[in-house]
Design a protein around this ligand. Structure first.
Ligand code: SF4
Length: 63
């Protein structure tokens, strides 16, 4: 599975970093960025929770 953040949509709410810090972190402006595009298997569930919780629907998981 792969994950990406739509940078146009992200508003920096930070739900992704809170729910799945293994995969997401903040950039210098406080917006979410993906640390590792290829999801570690152990992080898949947390990442799916982050996808569902992003208020801007900016997280997209594929594969
Ligand atoms: S939860 Fe969504 S809007 Fe908030 S930082 Fe993460 S990707 Fe951006």
């Amino acid at each position: 599975m792969k994950v990406r953040i739509d940078k146009e949509a992200c508003q920096g709410h930070g739900q992704c970093v809170i729910l799945c810090p293994e995969v997401f972190e903040y950039d210098e402006q406080g917006f979410g960025v993906v640390r590792n595009e290829v999801l570690p298997e152990a992080a898949e569930r947390d990442c799916e929770r982050a996808e569902a919780s992003c208020p801007e629907r900016a997280i997209h998981i594929t594969g």
